[in-house]
Design a protein around this ligand. Structure first.
Ligand code: PLP
Length: 437
């Protein structure tokens, strides 16, 4: 394989497969024999439209997206989707209520429709906060920090305060008109390293699931038919920042217009407008979408996947998310094992079933591991972490510092990180420990 000189463990923008970067470099000045760069082409040209359609078809193939789901490319990153899901799905729920409960529905206010959030880390907390800021009726049905003391796992789904189809809550008439617009969660909490090992299933089936998959999309197969909306910013597993992918079930697209009594959806956040215009309502982030398409090509190419594994690690001929999932499984398993076995490292996520395969946060401590209550010397421990990150950097192991809000160390091992990179990190960890002994 083409060994990168540096191993980039950054959480995002993250590593992009080297062959993708090389291909982009080769295309840069003369895209598809047009004689110009893609960035100079009109987004209304056939050439660009072909690319737009190709990228959608590739993503549909990779995630086996059913035909009743639309794929949209949008701008504004994950943060913009925090708002977009509120506007779009509250508008949709309002329409549903209007059909189901003609009387009184017109006076129903946007803010009275509940939106349910499962908060398992800082990104879902931020999404709930944005919905609240927009005036939505936010109900946090599960708060992992409250339940567990910290974001270190996922509380049992049976304890979430969602309304199941059989619950007394659902049976009351009052409750029916208050069916939430959606149930929201974040599949992989990038900062905290908590990843769902399951798809929530105990809520009312009439409530669509909305999922932020920004940091684990394409890392494993997913049954799209269980979701109402899936979205992901590109800058982890898809390509460079600048585009977000939204996968939306078509019956969830609202049809309302201004003055329908619903809060109008800003045009640039409106899934309906984006679908109607095939993501070409305004000038799209063409270069980011082109790069995403190259990443999709890379995932779908058996030869590229074999090269990514390297002969030393190659197990079986797999492509797409199956190849990525097998590799991600191996990488995560060996890294967590090394951290568990290390004298100084503490994996932050204590619930083993919820440990992320993409982002691995850990702390270092000189306090004895077998005595969890032993008083640690915070200053000393932080100095040790800083030395680890600095020495790693000098050896070409980049961006290992934890998120600024939580500190510590975080190794992000997305699809583009080869297994060899994880081995290099583990070797360095062992070397560092020897030196600290
Ligand atoms: N959601 C998740 C899971 C993330 O990891 C991030 C950013 O890292 C975001 C949302 C926010 O994305 P953006 O910076 O593109 O707005």
């Amino acid at each position: 394989m083409t060994t990168p000189q540096k191993w980039n463990f950054g959480a995002g923008p993250a590593m992009i497969p080297r062959p993708v970067l090389e291909r982009a470099q080769a295309d840069f000045l003369n895209y598809n024999s047009t004689g110009v760069s893609l960035m100079e082409l009109s987004h209304r040209s056939d050439t660009y439209e072909d690319l737009n359609n190709k990228a959608q078809a590739q993503l549909r193939q990779l995630l086996d997206i059913p035909s009743n789901y639309k794929i949209i490319f949008m701008q504004g990153g994950g943060h913009t989707q925090f708002a977009a899901v509120v506007y779009n799905l509250v508008a949709w729920r309002h329409e549903q209520n209007k059909t189901l409960h003609t009387k009184g529905a017109d006076t129903e206010k946007w803010a009275q429709i509940p939106v349910d959030y499962v908060v398992t880390g800082s990104w879902s907390a931020k999404a709930a906060e944005e919905a609240r800021r927009l005036g939505a009726n936010v109900r946090v049905v599960c708060d992992a920090k409250k339940a567990l003391g910290a974001y270190t796992g996922i509380p049992d789904e049976a304890t979430w305060k969602t309304s199941g189809p059989e619950s007394e809550y659902r049976k009351s008439d009052r409750a029916k008109s208050q069916t939430p617009a959606y149930l929201y969660y974040c599949d992989n909490e990038t900062v905290n390293g908590v990843e769902f090992p399951f798809v929530p299933s105990m809520h009312d089936p009439a409530v669509p699931l909305v999922c932020d998959m920004s940091s684990n999309i394409l890392s494993r197969p997913v049954d799209v038919s269980k979701f109402g909306v899936i979205y992901a910013g590109a800058q982890k597993n898809i390509g460079p920042a600048g585009v977000s992918v939204v996968i939306v079930r078509e019956d969830l697209l609202h049809t309302s217009e201004l003055n329908d009594g619903v809060m109008p959806v800003p045009l640039m956040l409106d899934y309906k407008t984006m679908v109607k215009n095939n993501s070409l309502y305004n000038t799209p982030p063409m270069f980011a979408i082109y790069m995403a398409s190259l990443v999709f090509d890379w995932l779908l190419d058996p030869a590229a996947q074999r090269v990514q594994d390297g002969e030393k690690y190659f197990e079986k001929e797999l492509v797409g998310v199956q190849a990525a999932a097998a590799r991600n499984e191996r990488k995560a398993r060996k890294l967590y094992k090394a951290l568990e076995e290390s004298k100084f490292c503490r994996v932050v996520v204590t619930d083993k079933s919820a440990r992320s395969k993409m982002n691995v946060p850990f702390r270092m401590s000189t306090a004895p591991k077998d005595k969890p209550d032993a008083v640690a010397n915070k200053k000393e421990d932080e100095a040790m972490e800083a030395a680890f990150v600095a020495q790693a950097e000098a050896k070409g192991l980049l961006q290992l510092a934890g998120h600024r809000s939580v500190g510590g160390i975080r190794a992000s091992i997305y699809n583009a990180m080869p297994e060899e990179g994880v081995d290099v990190l583990i070797d360095f960890l062992k070397e560092f420990e020897k030196q600290c002994n």
